[in-house]
Design a protein around this ligand. Structure first.
Ligand code: DX5
Ligand code: ZN
Length: 238
């Protein structure tokens, strides 16, 4: 379907057993996942409280994986360096929690890690295009951030299509499809990822993929699977 090979699977360790965090990190690594997703929640921006830089550092000691750190917190800017030191390879923060979105994106990039920008389901997708040239990934939440195990919100599918079309209009390469086939310059750009997070399983992943998503975060579905490796292989074959 053209996007094959560009799909990235990101199990969320939030749905793992925190009593054996090294083993869980290793289990994710051994399953063939592309990134390890870490959900950081501050008890303010979202009601839940999860983990901080120290635990990210512990996960980093347990694995060589790309750490995809999803900050659901206020004052993300003030914590960027701590998460970078802890081993983050990408830091994603929320549009809704941050006044200085552009400053925060450029600061994250200055720290030599990728910068992701996340949008809640109720936020208008029309805010997204302005940032496409200033970040390395867009995360479209498919549940309200805060907890694992929630039900996928199908209304986000239209937002995914909107962002995919915006990428094409802006001539930014997405999902392995070159916006302008006659312009070799666009071939030099890596695929621009659209990530989805929340309620992802076999069925909802397929719907998101068809709409244009390329990165799939899954907690309950993958961490709870009998055989995570075969579920990841299934997602990659979609
Ligand atoms: C939700 C988190 C998600 C969560 C996904 O606020 O951002 O990453 O761990 O969990 P599932 O896949 O169970 O919806
Ligand atoms: Zn997340």
């Amino acid at each position: 379907m053209g996007t094959k090979g560009h799909i990235k699977i990101c199990p969320s360790i939030l749905a793992g057993d925190f009593g054996k965090i090294y083993d869980e990190a290793k289990r994710i690594e051994d399953s063939g996942a592309d990134r390890l997703h870490v959900d950081v929640m501050d008890g303010h921006f979202v009601p839940n409280l999860t983990i901080g830089p120290q635990v990210v550092a512990a996960i980093n000691r347990g694995t060589n994986m790309f750490l995809d750190v999803h900050l659901m917190m206020y004052n993300a800017f003030d914590y960027v360096e701590r998460f970078v030191e802890a081993g983050a390879d990408r830091i994603t923060f929320h549009f809704e929690s941050t006044e200085d979105v552009e400053d925060t994106l450029s600061f994250i990039r200055k720290c030599n890690v990728e910068a992701g920008l996340a949008f809640c389901p109720e936020t208008s997708e029309t805010f997204v295009p302005k940032y496409l040239n200033k970040c390395d990934m867009i995360l479209l939440m498919t549940v309200h951030p805060g907890f694992g195990g929630q039900k996928f919100m199908p209304e986000v599918l239209d937002k995914i299509r909107f962002v995919r079309d915006a990428l094409t209009k802006l001539d930014i390469r997405q999902g392995g499809v070159t916006a302008d086939k006659n312009n070799p310059a666009t071939l030099k750009l890596p695929p621009f990822p659209i990530q989805v997070d929340g309620g992802i399983n076999r069925e909802t992943a397929k719907e998101c993929l068809l709409a244009g998503a390329t990165e799939f975060v899954a907690g309950t579905y993958l961490m709870g699977a009998k055989d995570m490796a075969s579920e990841i292989a299934f997602l990659k074959s979609l």
